[in-house]
Design a protein around this ligand. Sequence first.
Ligand SMILES: NC(=O)C1=CN([C@@H]2O[C@H](COP(=O)(O)OP(=O)(O)OC[C@H]3O[C@@H](n4cnc5c(N)ncnc54)[C@H](OP(=O)(O)O)[C@@H]3O)[C@@H](O)[C@H]2O)C=CC1
Ligand SMILES: CC1=C(/C=C/C(C)=C/C=C/C(C)=C/C=O)C(C)(C)CCC1
Length: 312
Amino acid sequence: MAPFLTRLLKALCESSLRILLLFFVVLFRSCQFVCVRVLRAERRKSVSGETVLITGASRGIGRCLALEFAKHGADTIVLWGRNEEKLSSVKKEVEEIGTSRCHFYRCDVGDRQQVYRTIQKVQEDVGTITILVNNAGVVHGGTLLETKDDKIEETLRVNTLSHFWTTKSVLPTMIARRRGHVVGIASTLGLFALPGVSDYVTSKFSLVGFYESLAVELKQQGHRDVGVMCVCPGHTTTDMFKDLTTQSFSLTPQQVAEQTIEAVKTNQRRVILPRVMHLTWILKSWLPGSWMWNTLYVTGALKDMEKFCTKR
Ligand SMILES: NC(=O)C1=CN([C@@H]2O[C@H](COP(=O)(O)OP(=O)(O)OC[C@H]3O[C@@H](n4cnc5c(N)ncnc54)[C@H](OP(=O)(O)O)[C@@H]3O)[C@@H](O)[C@H]2O)C=CC1
Ligand SMILES: CC1=C(/C=C/C(C)=C/C=C/C(C)=C/C=O)C(C)(C)CCC1
């Protein structure tokens, strides 16, 4: 009995110590958040006069980003996508908002040569890109064994590799002109996994790594004038995850667009939306591994994903 009591007492002490530490970490992070907000508010950047290229701008988050950049006075907005009819309709919407010029180009971002060719054309027609928003993405849905090899490759080409090609194309000019911003739309599924979308999750975890690498690389080389930002939104009500019936904590594409532009203006590095999703860091790194699973189970997220996959 005595060894059992000693073990129990030890476990309780360890847990209390962890909870106390957690409390201080949360307190410290909150103070840091407030200070950074106040300091950054003084150094707000404007997007007026910028030339913005948005991939995947024919609908969803990309479309809202285009409209939002127009509202904030961007000089030129370049839309990329594959559906020209939809791109043309977004162009009209952008032009109705304000004074921004708008151009659209058909480009499959999963095709490296097409990306390089189209960027060149944009630079000839429009000029230098000063803000690049890598947003285009696809999801298929299915377990690893169910997902066809070419679908896995497509997901990685569109969701991840395209960011390498577009960024490599615009970065040299941004560095030379000491002005620019590269924004990547990743996902909260770049921070934790849900079942049934392993290729998508892999593509988004890779993006989180890509933007972190890019940021430290530019900092080390002294290119502090080029901003790098990775946005990790949770479930958003667009076509992409429309079969995912999760209602709680869902975002609208409008909210994602607004907060992305606010984050560009305040030069943030990583944006996790909604803010409650920061909890996943705690769930993953501070608490036993099963807590994340239990949260997803209790909130119904696992069941929702199962339904999402069966509808595909
Ligand atoms: N919806 C969600 O819950 C969340 C989405 N995200 C991410 O946000 C981004 C935008 O998603 P969302 O707006 O929801 O999705 P949508 O499905 O509504 O839009 C996807 C966009 O990507 C474009 N696209 C897809 N494949 C290609 C391709 N091969 N080449 C060029 N463009 C392509 C589509 O254009 P077209 O059809 O004209 O080619 C479309 O404009 C994605 O990266 C997604 O992973 C992140 C978190 C949550
Ligand atoms: C983890 C977690 C939740 C579920 C999140 C889900 C279901 C996210 C889906 C994200 C998607 C679909 C991203 C696409 O790119 C809850 C229930 C909010 C509670 C807090 C912790």
